[in-house]
Design a binder for this molecule. Structure first.
Ligand SMILES: Cc1ncc(COP(=O)(O)O)c(C=O)c1O
Length: 451
C-alpha cells in the first residue's frame, strides 16, 4: 500500500549525490549502522500508526493529500545535505531550484517577472502579502465571512483593522455587500479567496476586479487551496472566469503542500510588482550574503527555510509540469469529477440535503431533519458510524443558506448546522466514489437518518 519502490531509486540517487563530494577526506556517519537506530525507528513506525490513513482514498475528510513519491524522495535526498534556503551560502542548488519552481507557479498566472518565494505554509505566505499591503497603505483589510480565519488573525498581528464581508448562498463573497463597504472608504486591501477551506467556493474575482477599478484597493488572492485549479479544463464557467482574472491580482498565495503534491512546509507567495522587494531590505552583520546574486532571505520574512522543500517541488514540476491538460491538471480534474459525482448521489437521495454544486473538490451535505439541531446530531452520528467502517469524513459548521430552499425549511438562513464535509483531493477518489457512498448509506442506516 505504501510505496517502497522509490527507496531503491533513492538509494541510487544518494550514491550520485555522494560522488559530488568524493574529493573530500572520508568521515564517519554511523546512522543506520548504529544498533539503537533500528529500535528507535521501529518505535517511530509504531507511533505513526496512531493516525488516520491520510494516504488512502477512504480518508475523504480534511484537506490532506499525500505528497507525490517524487516529492518525498527528492525531499529525503536533500535531507542528507539539509540545505537552508535563507542564503545562497546555505543552499546554493536548492535556492536555484526554488527560483525555478516558483517561476513555474507564477507562470500559471501569466506572471513572468514577479517577486516570490516559498514559505512554511499558507499562513506565512498570507502574512507576507498582507504585511506588504500594510507597508503600502495601512487601511482596513476585507475578506469574506467564508475566508480562512488566518486573515483576521494576521491583521491583528499587523495591527490593521479587519472586517468581514458576508458570503452569499454559495459561500462566495457577496459583491453587493463589498461595494457597499467600499463606498464608505478606508479600505486598503481586499482578500479574494480562490477556493474557501470549508466548501471550495471561489470568490467572483471579475466583479471584485471591476470594483477595484472604481475604488482602487490592493487585491490579494488567497489561492492557498484552490490556486492550481486554473489548470483544469472543465471548471464551471463562472469559476473559470474567476480563475482567468487571477493574473490581475496584486499578490497571490498558493500552497504546494495542499494541492501541489508536496510535504508540509511548502507555501508560496507571489507579488506582481517585484519592486515591493524594497520592504524586505535588511542588514545583518552575522549572515553571509556573500554574492551579489539574489539570496532568498533578502526577500522573505522567514530566515531559515528548508531547501529540501524546494528540491521536492522542483522535482515534482519536472515530472508533472504545470500545464493545462497535462498529467498534473488531469489529477485535479479527477478530484473535481469525484466531487461532482458524490454531490450527484447526495442530490438523488431523499435522506440528505445537498448544498450548491461543488466548484472545486469539496462536498458538503446535511442529513434531512426537522431542525438544524437534529440535523447536526445526525451528522455527528453518521460521521462516527462512517469512521467505524474506515471511511473518514469531516464535519463543518455551516449556515443553512448554503442549502437553498431545503435549508430554509429547517431554520433561518444564518443559523448554522453541523454538516458533513468531504475533501476529495486525491485523484484516486474518482474511482472510489461509489464505494464511499455505499459506506455513507450504510452508516446513515445506523445513525437515525431517515428518508
Ligand atoms: C484558503 C486558505 N488559506 C490559508 C490557509 C492556511 O494555510 P496553512 O495551513 O498552510 O498555514 C488555508 C488552510 O487550509 C486555506 O485553506
Amino acid at each position: 500500500m505504501l510505496d517502497r519502490a522509490s527507496l531503491r531509486v533513492l538509494s541510487e540517487a544518494l550514491a550520485i549525490l555522494e560522488q559530488g563530494f568524493s574529493s573530500l577526506p572520508p568521515t564517519e556517519q554511523t546512522g543506520g549502522a548504529d544498533p539503537a537506530f533500528e529500535g528507535v525507528l521501529r518505535e517511530v513506525a509504531e507511533r505513526l500508526r496512531d493516525n488516520y490513513p491520510y494516504f488512502h482514498p477512504l480518508y475523504a475528510g480534511q484537506m490532506l493529500k499525500p505528497p507525490h513519491p517524487i516529492a518525498r524522495a527528492a525531499y529525503a535526498l536533500a535531507m542528507w545535505i539539509n540545505p537552508n534556503n535563507h542564503a545562497l551560502d546555505g543552499g546554493r542548488a536548492t535556492s536555484a531550484m526554488e527560483k525555478e519552481a516558483v517561476a513555474g507557479i507564477a507562470a500559471m498566472f501569466g506572471w513572468s517577472a514577479p517577486l516570490g518565494h516559498l514559505t512554511g505554509g499558507g499562513t506565512m505566505a498570507n502574512l507576507e502579502a498582507l504585511w506588504i499591503g500594510r507597508q503600502l497603505s495601512p487601511g482596513t483589510v476585507l475578506a469574506s465571512s467564508s475566508a480562512h480565519y488566518t486573515h483576521g488573525r494576521i491583521s491583528a498581528v499587523l495591527g490593521v483593522p479587519f472586517e468581514e464581508v458576508p458570503s452569499d448562498a454559495r459561500g462566495r463573497m457577496d459583491t453587493d455587500a463589498l461595494a457597499g463597504r467600499l463606498a464608505r472608504g478606508g479600505v486598503s486591501t481586499v482578500v479574494a479567496t480562490m477556493g474557501t477551506t470549508a466548501t471550495g467556493s471561489v470568490d467572483p474575482l471579475a466583479e471584485i476586479l471591476a470594483l477595484r477599478k472604481r475604488h482602487g484597493f490592493r487585491l490579494h488572492a488567497d489561492a492557498a487551496y484552490g490556486g492550481y485549479f486554473g489548470l483544469v479544463g472543465d471548471l464551471a464557467p463562472e469559476t473559470r472566469r474567476a480563475f482567468d482574472g487571477l493574473g490581475e491580482a496584486d499578490s497571490i498565495v498558493v500552497d504546494p503542500h495542499k494541492h501541489g503534491l508536496q510535504p508540509y512546509g511548502c507555501g508560496c507567495v507571489l507579488f506582481r510588482d517585484p519592486a515591493v522587494g524594497r520592504f524586505y531590505k535588511h542588514d545583518s552583520p552575522y549572515t553571509y550574503f556573500s554574492s551579489t546574486e539574489l539570496h532568498l532571505g533578502e526577500i522573505s520574512l522567514e530566515c531559515s527555510r528548508p531547501g529540501a522543500a524546494a528540491a521536492g517541488l522542483w522535482a515534482t514540476s519536472r515530472l508533472l509540469p504545470l500545464t493545462r491538460g497535462g498529467e498534473f491538471a488531469r489529477g485535479l480534474s479527477r478530484s473535481l469529477s469525484a466531487a461532482r459525482a458524490l454531490h450527484a448521489l447526495i442530490q438523488k437521495d431523499s435522506r440528505f440535503l445537498a448544498a450548491f454544486d461543488p466548484e472545486l473538490d469539496i462536498v458538503v451535505w446535511l442529513p434531512r431533519a426537522r431542525t438544524a439541531k437534529e440535523a447536526s446530531a445526525r451528522s455527528r452520528r453518521l460521521f462516527e458510524e462512517a469512521a467505524r467502517r474506515d471511511l473518514h469524513l469531516a464535519l463543518a459548521e455551516l449556515p443553512l443558506r448554503f442549502f437553498g430552499r431545503a435549508g430554509a425549511a429547517i431554520g433561518r438562513p444564518d443559523e448554522t448546522a453541523t454538516c458533513l464535509r468531504s475533501v476529495l483531493m486525491k485523484p484516486e477518489h474518482a474511482d472510489w466514489v461509489e464505494r464511499i457512498w455505499g459506506i455513507v448509506v450504510e452508516a446513515a442506516g445506523n445513525s437515525g437518518v431517515e428518508r
